[in-house]
Design a protein around this ligand. Sequence first.
Ligand SMILES: Nc1ncnc2c1ncn2[C@@H]1O[C@H](COP(=O)(O)OP(=O)(O)OP(=O)(O)O)[C@@H](O)[C@H]1O
Length: 493
Amino acid sequence: MSVASDTGRSNTREWALGPETEYRFELDSGTSLAIRVLKGHAEVFGAELADGKYYLFGHECKAAVFTWQGCTIEMRTPSTEYVSDETPMNAYANVHLALEKMRVRALSTHRGSPLPSGPEQDVDPEPPRVLVLGPENSGKTTVCKILTNYAVRAGQGWSPMYVNTNPSEGGWTVPGTVSAVPVTAPLGTASPANPLGSAATSAPSILSSNALLPLVYWYGHPEIKRNPLLMDRLIRILGENVTERLEGDSDGRASGVIVDTPSSFASSPSSTSTPDHRQTLIRACVDAFRINVILVVGHEKLNVEMKRTYGNRMTVVKIPKSGGVVELDVQYRQRIHAQQLHTYFYGQTIAPPRGLSASAIGDADFDGHLAPSSSVIPFGELTFLRIGEKSMAPSSALPIGATRTVNEMQPITLDPTSPGSGLLNAIIALLALPTHPEETERYDEEVLDLPVSGFLAITNMDLPNRKLTILSPSPGTFTGRTAVMGSFEWSEP
Ligand SMILES: Nc1ncnc2c1ncn2[C@@H]1O[C@H](COP(=O)(O)OP(=O)(O)OP(=O)(O)O)[C@@H](O)[C@H]1O
């Protein structure tokens, strides 16, 4: 049972939540919410809330506070809110237990310890490498977060590798990327601008104890159909790097891999002229991350299709979609992209709701302010590239017999002096330096395989003096570096 009561203090309310219920909320633009647990235990998408500590939510965050045994929570300035006792948490917890068993067996084998007894005694123990698929707004990212957070909280020292292959979601950096990171502490949910918590690259030092250093590749666009070939290549290169990293780390390997995917992997794009690349991209993920478990969130047809394609060599399980998942529309997603870009450069700041002072919050949550650096550099200091043509029809849409002069993966050097360069206000990815210096001059397709060391925004172009102004998270020199443009634009808020 859930009971709300007014505490008498302005804009403060208490909710008593019954066992296995969740308090769901949606924040309007410009509002924030502070929640603390007064009694019992509660969690947000698998991350436990410490007793008595205020947790701030902002930037149109939509989330839920779930409790297994019941609890009392207090909140300030609630907006859209309701309590539900119909959640899929039991099903998700069962999946977690099954994955946990796989981890324990994989680690025991590696350490040469006897395997825990059970019917799987004869099966070669492999850690869980999980691919999460589902249609738009099915809650895939939330499932990935819950499973990752439960693994981290299991007290076994697991550090599951979280892989984000959804370029529409910023993950730890900016939208337009694919990334991976071994997670060692529960992933928070304060703002959709940081859907997986903060990363070390842009997090202030006060958060660094919890900071993550993701491996990031730049795709450059929010939609997969823009350049599926590039996406395929990035997934494979990310997979190679993840596998390489885990080879030397047996405990990390036993923790397994959890891969979040874009919704376009689950449903064909509506345009009839666009070839259906989803099967190819699902296969790219399966191969790249050596997937052995596929979770399909609430989609019977996809579940059947996956069982038919992969059922003979791995576990394919359909899991229920939560009734709490919010339908996010295109405008919301665009606002969040802008917010994510802003957060990357300026940090995350959530103003506490009215009536709650900064000292009551008592930590960095409410002010993760960063100071980016703006510098003026000559045109020649950076080499600018774009991958493929600006607007490119898929190969299948070309007239029969026609071949294109520029392919989807060809890096094209951009001339900042040319009026159509599109560089003004572009978000650009600064590529990591090649490990072999003799490769610095290569602008062939291999440049695509370089990870990103950071992102920049071009805020001004001075054509007469051949200079541009660049916003970067921290001061630095860019001489001789290569930067790749995508389709994201910077706008000062
Ligand atoms: N139980 C819940 N209660 C309230 N909000 C929720 C709940 N579960 C998920 N949400 C919210 O619903 C939104 C969509 O969820 P999520 O991002 O997990 O879906 P998705 O399937 O990964 O989305 P996409 O279509 O971008 O692939 C998010 O804002 C998330 O925080």
